[in-house]
Design a protein around this ligand. Structure first.
Ligand SMILES: C[S@@+](CC[C@H](N)C(=O)[O-])C[C@H]1O[C@@H](n2cnc3c(N)ncnc32)[C@H](O)[C@@H]1O
Length: 264
């Protein structure tokens, strides 16, 4: 409820927490009380995520539009941008970065912000997701640096073979059988954003196999994973043979959340 009120009124989390808003004679909002009540009922009855109700999420410094066509970007994913910044060994000015499975465009925007001279190539198989991502890029005034492509993973990027400085991806990684067990809110998110096949690693395997063709020597491979997948992904990268300095990176909860490697 706090989150909904913060998004649609001028109240901040402190005044909600302390209850100081009760001293105000009026609270500014762009929604009527009846509209707010309707949103809240949808939240309760359909377990719709609040972010979809208000079509908004805050991610890093961005205020992003989200609709049920895109995954709601998670706070733990924010760290992927810091990992890129801290681990990019390449200093040439003309850089090509790739965000595979861009969804709302969150990662692409984060990359465009830290690499203002680079070109960011953002791919998604979903036309509707790309519409949202484009809108977010325009609203964040970063659309000049980002190109959007509809297609499957590397498929629309053949022209970048051997030229990519870094590939960043938060692919679908949940094992199919686990999806019905997730909290009901997740059922409103696009299936293709979640379902990583039988063991959750179907798309990650593809990204391990195909990225070396596109990355420059020393280029970064950085992927978000779920709890329990780290050892297998490290093994897949080792077996592929074209990666070096493979490492696991933790999120703020201490979970092995990302795998980083470099193209030999
Ligand atoms: C877990 S979501 C990540 C969205 C966003 N990058 C984020 O971190 O919030 C995975 C995304 O991959 C996209 N996707 C799934 N299969 C794909 C494919 N074969 N090619 C391109 N994108 C795909 C989905 O549409 C979805 O937007």
């Amino acid at each position: 409820m706090d989150w909904l009120l913060q998004t649609v009124t001028n109240l901040d989390s402190l005044s909600l927490r302390l209850g100081t808003f009760q001293n105000l004679t009026y609270i500014q909002s762009d929604r009527s009380l009846a509209e707010l009540e309707k949103l809240w009922q949808q939240r309760l009855q359909k377990r719709l995520p609040v972010q979809y109700l208000v079509e908004t999420v805050f991610w890093r410094r961005f205020r992003l539009k989200v609709t049920p066509a895109v995954l709601i970007p998670r706070p733990e994913t924010e760290l992927i941008i810091d990992l890129v910044r801290e681990n990019n060994p390449i200093s040439q000015p003309e850089q090509h970065w790739v965000d595979l499975g861009t969804g709302s465009g969150a990662i692409a925007l984060g990359l465009a912000e830290i690499f203002p001279q680079a070109t960011i190539h953002a791919v998604d198989c979903s036309h509707d997701a790309l519409e949202v991502a484009r809108e977010n890029a325009i609203d964040s005034k970063l659309d000049r640096n980002i190109r959007f492509y509809q297609g499957s993973w590397w498929e629309p990027l053949h022209f970048l073979e051997g030229k990519v400085t870094g590939m960043v991806s938060n692919p679908p990684y949940i094992p199919t059988a686990e999806i019905p067990k997730l909290q009901p809110e997740v059922a409103h998110e696009p299936r293709q954003a979640l379902d990583g096949g039988k063991d959750g690693l179907e798309d990650i395997r593809y990204l391990v196999e195909n990225a070396p063709q596109y990355l420059v020597s020393g280029g970064i491979w950085l992927v978000e994973i779920m709890l329990g997948q780290a050892d297998t992904v490290v093994e897949l990268l080792k077996r592929q043979g074209k990666y070096s300095k493979i490492k696991k990176c933790h999120d703020l909860n201490g979970i092995e959340r990302f795998i980083l490697a470099y193209r030999r």
